[in-house]
Design a protein around this ligand. Structure first.
Ligand code: GLN
Length: 545
């Protein structure tokens, strides 16, 4: 039977609950305990798929195609597991399924209430994670902050689970924040006390209080929190802001959190093996030469929108003993050929995206990369941009386009697949989740992956249009990855270029700190030796190239 760790947050949001969950997972896994993780988001949206990146950051895609919160990315990267749909729930999902059942008459005319119907559905979905994963321990994070109105049903559900599962089989971790008062140079515990009181009012007494702060926490503060909040002193865990998020598991390990959890839950555990992780963090923190990458996108002021890409670049750079420095370039800034910032980077990455805004600038970035032979990695939209740009050059016309941006183009090099057009409902046509991709031996893609068949995660609607396959191939576009039936172009590259590779999928979701993704590794490998000569004016670009 699985055991549960519930992680709630108090005092302020953005206090690092997701990293805490991921780190606890790392520590338990290092003791050979099988772990799964789940994010419970109390908002009413059914999933983050349609939420604006401005409000919600990146949409993380699981291998089974769920569009989820970016915290799942932390869980996967830290714990080194692939999660499923079951690991992401929202109030929207919970209510939709209850209302659907109600409409079918499944409740036989009973009155549907938050308790027990909503709470039962939440509990069912939490337990489902244990079932589908077969994990020994499920770590479930409750989004938001204690005291939020919409979070109440979730807190009530996890409170009830103490009775359902037995109090020895679950553990409540509350993550709070200790503000620092400069005038007296002290960390304050009062907000933590209030937040714990609020949690108790709902019926939950935390077993562990994880105290995030920007300064080291002195022992007397630890004792004070233990006394006022009625937890063991060793269960008040300090978590001072660290240089890198990957250090958090080590800080929690050294503070004794995992040992406390193992003994509290009576888990069968091996001794912890964090040697590789420690080495990785040590290398991460040591000074390294920079590799400068320009990321050209439309949400660059909000770096969370490209969270997994940023991490994947960092993992790959570390592999090559470099530190990545990303220049976040707003694609609209490049429109009209303002290449100055591109001159100062060793590689260009164009990430995924939807809609027309900023496409012109991405196109300029692809032209610049192609003509100046700068390493380029195009992800999803970034591959489509690369194909369109190449076609404009080949046909010597500015008309080639994606039908997403120009439905009447004479050269729809990126288009919906024929059977997709029939489905009017936009949401229904998206290709999501993991699909196989066969690599072309000898291509840059195959050389990076070092295997011939890979499975990568998708989230897009448009595809490379096969009508143009032969013509573009004749001109030097190489289809380095195709679906095993040969029908869908999944990857392409420019033959006459050191490293210009596009992929229709999102490799960033599979990168791990100790296992960088092969494509990012290949990209950084090509970029790291590019010499930047800022004094040199960029070569004039021919019209329509
Ligand atoms: N907008 C493009 C499509 O729908 C690309 C999507 C993406 O980059 N994720 O196909």
């Amino acid at each position: 039977m699985a055991k549960y760790i519930f992680v709630t947050g108090g005092v302020v949001s953005s206090v690092g609950k997701g990293i805490a969950v991921a780190s606890i997972g790392t520590l338990l896994k290092s003791r050979q305990i099988k772990v799964a993780a789940q994010k419970n988001d109390p908002y009413l949206n059914v999933d983050p798929g349609t939420l604006s990146p401005y409000q919600h950051g990146e949409v993380f895609v699981t291998q089974d195609g769920a569009e989820t919160d970016l915290d799942l990315g932390h869980y996967e990267r830290f714990i080194g597991i692939d999660l499923t749909k079951a690991s992401s729930i929202t109030t929207g999902q919970v209510y939709s399924s209850i209302i659907e059942q109600e409409r079918k008459g499944i409740f036989l005319g009973g009155t549907i209430q938050v308790v027990p119907h909503v709470t039962n559905e939440i509990k069912r979905r939490i337990k489902q994670v244990a079932e589908v994963s077969g994990a020994d321990v499920v770590i479930a994070e409750i989004g938001g902050t204690v005291g939020d109105i919409e979070g109440l049903p979730f807190l009530e559900a996890i409170r009830q689970m103490r009775r359902d599962e037995g109090r020895d089989n679950l553990l409540y971790v509350h993550v709070t924040f200790l503000p620092h008062i400069a005038a007296t140079d002290e960390l304050k515990t009062k907000p933590t006390q209030h937040s714990v009181n609020e949690l108790r009012r709902i019926g939950i007494q935390p077993d562990v209080i994880l105290c995030r702060s920007d300064r080291e926490m002195p022992k007397e503060i630890r004792d004070k929190i233990a006394l006022f909040c009625d937890v063991d002193s060793e269960a008040v865990i300090p978590l001072a802001t660290s240089e890198t998020i990957y250090e958090v598991p080590l800080l929690l390990e050294d503070a004794g959190l995992a040992d406390f959890i193992v003994s509290h839950l009576g888990l069968k555990a091996e001794s912890s093996d964090l040697d590789d992780w420690r080495r990785m963090v040590y290398r991460l923190k040591s000074p390294k030469e920079l590799v400068k990458i320009g990321l050209v996108g439309k949400y660059v002021e909000l770096k969370d929108a490209y969270y997994s890409i940023r991490e994947a670049l960092g993992h790959a750079a570390l592999f090559h003993d470099r530190e990545v420095q990303i220049d976040w370039i707003d694609s609209e800034e490049l429109e009209g050929g303002h290449y100055d910032r591109l001159k100062k980077v060793q590689g260009i990455i164009v990430p995924g995206g939807f809609g027309y805004r900023g496409i012109g600038g991405m196109m300029e970035a692809a032209t610049y990369a192609r003509v100046h032979k700068v390493p380029y990695l195009g992800i999803c939209l970034g591959m489509q941009v690369m194909v369109i740009e190449f076609a404009r050059h080949v046909f010597n016309s500015s008309d080639p386009d994606s039908t997403e941006f120009n439905p009447t183009t004479l050269y729809p090099v990126i288009d919906l697949l024929p059977d997709q057009r029939i489905i009017a409902d936009k949401g229904g046509t998206m290709r999501k989740g993991s699909y196989p991709c066969q690599l072309l031996p000898g291509s840059r893609a195959a050389r990076s992956y070092e295997v011939v068949l890979v499975h990568e995660r998708h989230r897009h609607r448009y595809e490379f249009n096969n009508q143009f396959r032969t013509r573009l191939q004749e001109e030097g576009l190489v289809y380095s990855g195709v679906s095993p039936d040969g029908l869908i172009v999944e990857m392409c590259e420019i033959s006459d270029h050191p490293w210009m590779v596009g992929c229709q999928f999102h490799p960033e979701f599979r990168s791990r700190p100790n296992q960088p993704h092969p494509l990012f590794r290949g990209f950084i490998d090509a970029a790291k030796d590019v010499l930047i000569d800022e004094s040199q004016a960029p070569l004039p670009l021919p019209q329509n190239t």
